[in-house]
Design a protein. Structure first.
Length: 313
């Protein structure tokens, strides 16, 4: 069961889930494109991702500033294919109409109002190559097991019944539990409570920094610092909050000079607040790295288990 279940799980992770995610995004876009909320923004940064060629489409990255649903200015970075780069539609300073298409988690996907969404050719190439490699790998392992048993089902079943991996699973389970507990601690350190709600419904205001403290978490020897702050809400009361940020070692000595920070808070729940840059951004690079580490550890464990089973068949 493990020999079949482990490859099936990674087939889902590497091939099925990305495909479903892209199909879901495309379906949601087509379903909500005409009813999506229209937003007007301004391009504050433009970057061409390849050298411009006359008459050819060009991948670009732009940063757009626009008001959220509460009227507070936020920024979003978009990457897409400019089908008419010669028109210069996405240069800095230009106005741009956007559509906010709802996602399941309460967040919104921002796309140019006049654009369209389709599958990227590169995605299909990578996906098909991955499918071919997966199919070839499964065929190779299956053939090795089958011919190792001289093509006899009874021999194969007899060997499968004698496979002993309980001790290995216990050892890997203990190591995995320790690893994932440590990762969970780091995930909590970089969690952003209410980020989507703050990004789209938060009011922007200036908070006064009350005190700073190190959290004990570091990324590449750069410490994470907790900023405790206070601000006056729309109800006229003073509220407090705390947000965390990884600080460059060269900037540590200048932190005492930081007296104010721009934040977003929920008028209905002022206890929920974040720095503007944290609320408006997506998952931090640290969180993405932690997720990759978790999957890498799980992949290594899977390879060890499969190799141990194959060695006994």
């Amino acid at each position: 069961a493990l020999l079949a279940g482990i490859p099936a799980y990674w087939f889902y992770v590497f091939l099925i889930r990305p495909l479903l995610s892209n199909l879901r995004a495309l379906f949601t876009y087509e379903q909500n494109r005409d009813s999506a909320r229209l937003i007007h923004g301004k391009i504050i940064r433009f970057q061409s991702l390849t050298e411009a060629a006359p008459g050819k489409q060009m991948p670009v990255a732009i940063t757009v500033e626009f008001p959220n649903f509460a009227g507070s200015p936020i920024q979003e970075e978009l990457q897409f294919i400019d089908t008419k780069p010669e028109q210069g539609r996405y240069r800095e300073g230009n106005s741009l109409s956007l559509r906010a298409i709802p996602k399941k988690n309460g967040d919104y996907r921002i796309v140019p109002a006049e654009g369209s969404m389709s599958f990227n050719l590169r995605f299909w190439l990578i996906w098909l190559v991955g499918l071919a490699l997966y199919g070839g790998g499964c065929y190779y392992l299956g053939a090795r097991i089958w011919f190792g048993a001289s093509g006899d089902w009874n021999t194969l079943l007899d060997r499968a019944g004698k496979v002993e991996i309980l001790g290995l699973l216990v050892g890997l389970g203990i190591g995995g539990a320790i690893t994932f507990f440590s990762l969970r601690v780091f995930f909590r350190a970089f969690a952003k409570k209410g980020q989507s709600s703050l990004k789209w419904n938060g009011l922007r205001t200036t908070a006064s920094i009350q005190r700073l403290e190190r959290t004990g978490v570091s990324v590449n020897d750069q410490p994470q610092v907790a900023f405790h702050y206070s601000f006056r809400g729309s109800d006229g009361r003073t509220h407090t909050g705390v947000d965390k940020k990884v600080v460059d070692l060269l900037e540590i000595g200048k932190l005492d000079e930081v007296k104010e920070k721009e934040i977003l808070y929920l008028p209905a729940d002022p206890a929920t607040s974040l720095f503007v840059e944290n609320a408006a951004s997506g998952s931090s690079g640290s969180v993405l790295i932690l997720k990759l580490v978790a999957y890498f550890v799980l992949l290594v464990f899977s390879i060890v288990v499969v190799a141990q089973i194959l060695a006994q068949l």
